[in-house]
Design a protein around this ligand. Structure first.
Ligand code: CA
Ligand code: CA
Length: 240
């Protein structure tokens, strides 16, 4: 039996949508080609703005949209097979920083661990400072999310519901970003599947490249899962 091609139709298309007020963004996905008469799967991926915090485009600072309680919860730390120290700091409105994970082995930064919870007000700016102590950092500096995105010390990325997961080859026997995030991914699309008021942070603690310029792709040290945590903006318990 012969298969006869009776026509070829190009369907490659991507469309962006942006509404004036809510500013959702998204893409339309179609196969690159399909036989005439063939049924094709077309999918939308629409990303709505985060309802808990607005992420600054020039940095990774998050501004609280409305009075609420925030929770910061550890997901994991793929840092030197767990055998080197990390720490996580937080500051509100550029004030004094507080350690929400005191310097300790990466292996003790375990999934589900509540690192911080507390009320925040509308307009508060939340920043995180990440640190890893290894022969490669030589103990240098905390990497703060309020640094410009092109600063080599801003080696982090924030993920929201619907985002794609960055792919990097992990250093040593550490697991990939995807492994860390598996409970937070859509099983079919592989995209981030979290609440509209949640934000995931991925941090690289050794290499000095901004996320937008990741350096040598064969450099397994740049694996962006040296510290991984999630921030949730909860409905405030305070009567408004
Ligand atoms: Ca790394
Ligand atoms: Ca790593």
């Amino acid at each position: 039996m012969k298969n006869i091609t009776i026509g070829l139709m190009s369907l490659c298309a991507t469309a962006n949508v942006m509404a004036a007020d809510a500013k959702p963004t998204g893409s339309l996905f179609t196969p690159e080609s399909a036989m005439a008469g063939q049924r094709v799967d077309v999918g939308w991926q629409i990303q709505l703005p985060n309802e808990g915090g607005e992420i600054d485009e020039g940095t990774n600072t998050v501004t609280v949209i409305d009075v609420c309680d925030i929770e910061v919860i550890a997901i994991g730390a793929g840092y030197w097979n767990g055998n080197k120290n990390i720490e996580l700091n937080m500051k509100i409105n550029g004030g004094s920083s507080q350690k929400i994970f005191s310097r300790g082995l990466a292996s003790t930064f375990t999934s589900g661990q509540l690192l911080y919870s507390g009320p925040v007000n509308k307009g508060d700016r939340i920043d995180f400072g990440m640190f890893g102590k290894s022969p490669q950092t030589n103990g240098q500096g905390v990497r703060w999310s309020d640094l410009p995105k092109d600063d080599p010390m801003n080696s982090m990325v924030v993920l929201q519901d619907g985002d794609e997961v960055p792919e990097y080859i992990p250093f040593g026997t550490d697991v990939s970003i995807e492994e860390f995030l598996r409970p937070y991914l859509d099983q079919e699309t592989g995209r981030v599947d979290i609440g509209p008021r949640d934000i995931i942070y991925l941090g690289e603690l050794d290499r000095f490249y901004p996320y937008s310029e990741t350096g040598d792709p064969l450099d397994h040290g740049y694996d962006m899962q040296d510290i991984v945590f999630i921030v949730s903006f909860k409905e405030s318990k305070i009567e408004q």
